[in-house]
Design a protein around this ligand. Structure first.
Ligand SMILES: *Cc1c(COP(=O)(O)O)cnc(C)c1O
Length: 361
């Protein structure tokens, strides 16, 4: 068996020890005589797995008591609708910063339910930066203010948060959850599809301030009401049981391997730094994002020639570095280096890029 270096933007790498434990427990979890996949979600064995996972997420992310942690399905894309259906219920207005496709999708979905305002956008430069905001342009009585914290496709990240005062800040953290500490108390809602940094696809995590629950629009489908899931402890219907179990293993891995998110941030900075440092000194390759807004998780780069880009993607794949092709809408390359990517992966990639550069000088 030989495992590749997988730079996929999502679904993406999982830590090897997590996959090994899952394999070991595949036929029988503990002394239950069953796989986790086969358990009733109402059984006490499964409830223990679920409770431990949520408790570990609360501990690792330092989630305050006045927030619900909801384990949902439907992907981050469902949250684009769920957030306005639950929150756009007072002034029926919300503010958006368009920093890429996901941010735009959240905006477009909200515009179906109320007045969605764009306060800033970085579309003019293909989303290669995070726009500077003027708080005077914010809607004073907005029901929420939405950002996409880490822009998976374009490789930008918000390093300072907008000051929205009493307006709840809502962030899509699909591609940066668990990659560094985040002050949950600054937000009304945080949500993430789990398939980038937490678990296999199928689990969506929503962290919702309790006072924002219980005031959904009348038209809200039962399954899209946060109250349904808060009241049912995420067991109103069958939750994504197996991805929740894997998320639990990933959280245990984070605790034993790194301890805290501050430690994992240092690791991610070192790892991304290896690639950024190479890009900044290369004569062939170039990062596409302005330095101050760079993501630690997704690193887009180009050679400046579409032909060479294609050659690089092909040859890197043959050498065991897979999924380096940029998003279909932007081209070039993108290295996604989530928590599970070891330092060695970044080092080996840079070695390969250096060799490619010399061969194609
Ligand atoms: C991947 C991604 C999404 C889409 O997530 P789904 O779970 O596929 O709906 C949304 N937002 C961001 C920032 C992403 O990276």
């Amino acid at each position: 068996m030989s495992r590749v270096y997988n730079f996929s933007a999502g679904p993406s790498m999982l830590p090897t020890p997590v996959l090994e434990t899952a394999a070991k427990e595949m036929l029988e979890f503990g002394i239950t005589g069953q796989s986790v996949m086969e358990m009733s979600h109402r059984s006490k064995e499964y409830q223990a797995i679920f409770d431990e996972t949520v408790a570990n997420l609360r501990e690792v992310m330092n989630i305050p008591e006045n927030y619900e942690v909801l384990m949902l399905q439907g992907g981050a894309s469902s949250q684009f609708a769920m957030v306005p259906l639950n929150l756009m219920n007072k002034s029926h207005k919300a503010d958006f910063v368009i920093t890429g496709q996901w941010a735009n999708k959240a905006y477009k979905e909200a515009a179906r339910y109320g007045e969605a305002n764009i306060v800033a956008s970085s579309k003019d430069k293909t989303f290669t930066y995070i726009p500077k905001l003027n708080p005077e342009t914010f809607t004073k009585d907005a029901d929420y203010f939405h950002i996409c914290m880490n822009n998976t496709i374009y490789g930008t990240k918000w390093h300072t948060l907008p000051e929205t005062g009493n307006v709840p800040l809502v962030a899509d953290i699909s591609s940066c959850i668990l990659s560094e500490p985040i002050d949950v108390s600054k937000f009304g809602i945080l949500y993430a599809g789990a398939q980038k940094n937490v678990a296999p696809a199928g689990l969506t995590i929503a962290i919702v301030r309790k006072d924002l629950i219980g005031n959904a629009m009348d038209i809200t489908p039962t399954m899209f009401n946060y109250k349904t899931h808060a009241d049912g402890n995420s067991m109103f219907n069958t939750p994504p049981c197996y991805p929740i179990y894997i998320a639990g293993l990933v959280l245990k891995w984070i605790k034993s391997e790194f301890g805290t998110l501050s430690e994992i941030k240092k690791f991610n900075e070192e790892k991304a730094g290896i690639i950024y440092n190479f890009l900044d000194n290369s004569k062939l390759f170039k990062g596409t994002v302005v330095k101050e807004d760079r993501s630690l998780m997704n690193i887009p780069f180009i050679t400046g020639s579409e032909e060479l880009d294609a050659k690089f993607v092909k040859e890197s794949k043959e050498a065991g570095f897979v999924n380096l092709k940029g998003h279909r809408t932007v081209g070039g390359m993108r290295a996604s280096v989530y928590n599970a990517m070891p330092l060695e992966g970044a080092k080996e990639l840079v070695k390969f890029m250096d060799k490619f550069e010399k061969e194609n000088a």
